[in-house]
Write a protein that binds this ligand. Structure first.
Ligand SMILES: Cc1cc2nc3c(=O)[nH]c(=O)nc-3n(C[C@H](O)[C@H](O)[C@H](O)COP(=O)(O)O)c2cc1C
Length: 134
């Protein structure tokens, strides 16, 4: 049984998409681009990961809309959020908490390209730590 669904919306840099696909690949999961597909049957997934880039402090609307319409489907599942953003440290942390609250997903992390530790595939080490928790 496939365990993890990674649902994401990405902007023009495709950074979020790249991270979402890496997470799906390394967790035996499936990834879905919420800019292409808005109806997804999540019944076979135990874990649902949302990913979004940030513009002006806000997550992309496709992610907020999907979550708003699918609260029922998400009930009882392990739901997590990652955001791809340019802020780090305290500012990144505050932004992440605010977005997590807005979307109603407490288990949230943020990744940016300036993180000091990168793995050999060019992803922040924190992405691998996140995958470990899935
Ligand atoms: C117009 C614009 C606004 C942005 N606003 C923010 C912001 O408020 N906070 C932040 O941390 N990053 C901000 N960013 C950076 C992006 O969120 C970041 O580069 C992200 O990795 C983009 O991924 P994507 O192309 O997959 O959406 C902004 C980028 C753009 C182009």
């Amino acid at each position: 049984m496939v365990k993890t669904a990674v649902l994401y919306a990405s902007g023009f840099t495709k950074n979020t998409e790249r991270v979402a696909k890496y997470i799906a690949k390394n967790s035996d999961g499936d990834s879905y681009d919420l800019k292409d597909i808005t109806e997804i049957d999540l019944s076979m997934y135990q874990t649902v990961v949302f990913g979004t880039g940030i513009h002006a402090g806000k997550p992309y609307k496709q992610v907020a809309e999907f979550i708003g319409k699918n609260r029922g489907q998400l009930n009882g599942k392990d739901v997590k959020l990652f955001i791809c953003c340019m802020y780090n440290d305290e500012k990144g942390s505050r932004q992440c908490s605010a977005v997590s609250k807005t979307l109603g997903i407490p288990d949230a992390v943020f990744f940016n390209k300036k993180e000091p530790e990168m793995n050999d595939k060019g992803f922040p080490k924190s992405v691998d730590d996140f995958i470990e928790r899935l």
